[in-house]
Ligand binder design. Structure first.
Ligand SMILES: [Zn+2]
Ligand SMILES: [Zn+2]
Length: 152
């Protein structure tokens, strides 16, 4: 009676270890080109959910100890969460969020393109204004005509 159960369990375990490295490499590599195609992520999500069910099953069968079960399951849940987060992000903001951020030309920290002043260094983000004193300068000017500050 116990023979087929052991065979099945071995099959499930071997499937898990065959699939696992494939999944971890595909999640580790973030390819921006593939961001617009949600299909692989959807497939990944399905296979992760399948794996969660498998570890739950293995635990019920008593072959996975509680400690391993918690660790494996939380890893899988985390990966699913990451996938859902990415999907939600791209669905909400689309490609705008990817190209929407810009960096401050003074301190090089990320700022919103709508910002008039940098939230990190407080300097003007308007290219036609001096970052130090705020007077209007020509975009190609190397130094401010008002305060002499170097224009970035
Ligand atoms: Zn700044
Ligand atoms: Zn100035």
């Amino acid at each position: 009676m116990i023979g087929p159960i052991i065979l099945f369990v071995l099959f499930v375990i071997s499937t898990y270890f065959v699939v696992k490295p494939f999944l971890s490499t595909s999640t580790g590599v973030t390819n921006p080109v593939q961001d617009n195609t949600p299909k692989p992520e959807e497939l990944q999500k399905i296979s992760l959910l399948k794996q969660i069910r498998e570890v739950e099953f293995e635990r019920e069968m008593g072959i996975t100890v509680e400690e391993d079960f918690q660790r494996i399951r939380s890893e899988l849940v985390e990966q699913v969460g990451g996938l859902l987060k990415r999907q939600g992000k791209s669905a909400k903001k689309g490609s705008k969020s990817l190209s929407g951020t810009t960096t401050c030309r003074h301190c090089h920290k990320s700022v919103s393109p709508d910002d008039k002043f940098c939230g990190h260094c407080g300097k003007s983000l308007d290219k036609t204004r001096c970052g130090t004193c705020g007077i209007t300068v020509v975009p190609e000017a190397k130094f401010c005509s008002g305060c002499g500050a170097k224009q970035v």
